[in-house]
Design a protein around this ligand. Structure first.
Ligand SMILES: Nc1ncnc2c1ncn2[C@@H]1O[C@H](COP(=O)(O)OP(=O)(O)OP(=O)(O)O)[C@@H](O)[C@H]1O
Length: 245
């Protein structure tokens, strides 16, 4: 398995606060990689540094061998990086279908759109994205009519529509019922063959069930990283979780 994402020595300061203090993370193609750790340990900041929402104060981020440390979010998207943050960003006044269509079109320049995409082909791609997340029969409804959980799935479908190589998810199951969480895991698993995942999530049962590798952050540093089994047996991780979470 090849290395898709390489984060090396990334620091991030907000004024005098050091949110990340020299973080290394490697994500391989075909893997789901969970970022866990106590509140304020730097998980979202790291995800934002990978996504381009924050630029690191120092360190590097490489994606597919390309240095994207200072690339814009748009440039990252063109290289195959996609994200969905915690706050839902679906457009409630548009149909479920049009939300995904917009997400697909946003990835393309106008000329590429005119040249290569017939409406029929676009429709196929939109419906495929919706089918993956059990939303095909809701395509014509307003996105605002979907339940909270369904809106989260719609957003993941939107993030996956341009066929990224790496998807970043920040607490996708926030506000979901236990059943919606279970289904979310079920819906994400099949994407593993084509898309790697970096996910920040507080629900440790959920993350343990879907992830191959976990990186544990504590006070802006990597406390431990390894397979789910290794992390479950890690004494230092257990200590942090029993004393600080
Ligand atoms: N934009 C910002 N400006 C100033 N400080 C920030 C900013 N974003 C994050 N921080 C601080 O950086 C530290 C790490 O925050 P971050 O949100 O990355 O942690 P987290 O592990 O995702 O926390 P949580 O689990 O609570 O979401 C915290 O002390 C936080 O207050």
């Amino acid at each position: 398995m090849s290395e898709l994402l390489e984060v090396r020595g990334v620091t991030k300061r907000f004024g005098t606060l050091q949110a990340l203090g020299g973080v290394d993370v490697t994500v391989r193609a075909g893997t789901f990689h969970g970022l866990i750790g106590p509140n304020g340990s730097g998980k979202s900041t790291l995800l934002k540094a990978i996504a381009g929402a924050h630029l690191p104060s120092s360190g590097t981020v490489h994606f597919g061998g390309t240095d994207i440390t200072n690339a814009t979010p748009y440039e990252r998207a063109r290289l195959g990086l996609s994200l969905k943050f915690q706050i839902t960003a679906v457009l409630p006044e548009l149909s479920v279908y049009d939300n995904v269509l917009l997400a697909l079109q946003a990835e393309q320049g106008v000329w590429a759109l005119i040249r290569s995409r017939s409406r029929t082909r676009m429709r196929g791609e939109v419906m495929h994205a919706l089918e993956r997340f059990r939303l095909a029969d809701r395509a014509d409804e307003l996105a605002g009519a979907l339940s909270h959980g369904e809106q989260q799935w719609l957003e993941i479908a939107m993030a996956l529509a341009p066929k990224p190589q790496l998807l970043l998810l920040d607490e996708p199951t926030g506000g979901m019922s236990p059943e919606e969480r279970r289904v979310t895991g079920e819906l994400l698993m099949p994407i593993k063959s084509t898309c790697a995942l970096v996910i920040v999530e507080h629900d440790l049962d959920f993350i343990r069930d879907i992830c191959d590798v976990l990186t544990v952050l504590d006070q802006g540093k990597v406390l431990d990283s390894g397979t789910v089994d290794q992390i479950q047996q890690s004494a230092k991780v257990q200590q942090v979780y029993t004393t600080r979470v």
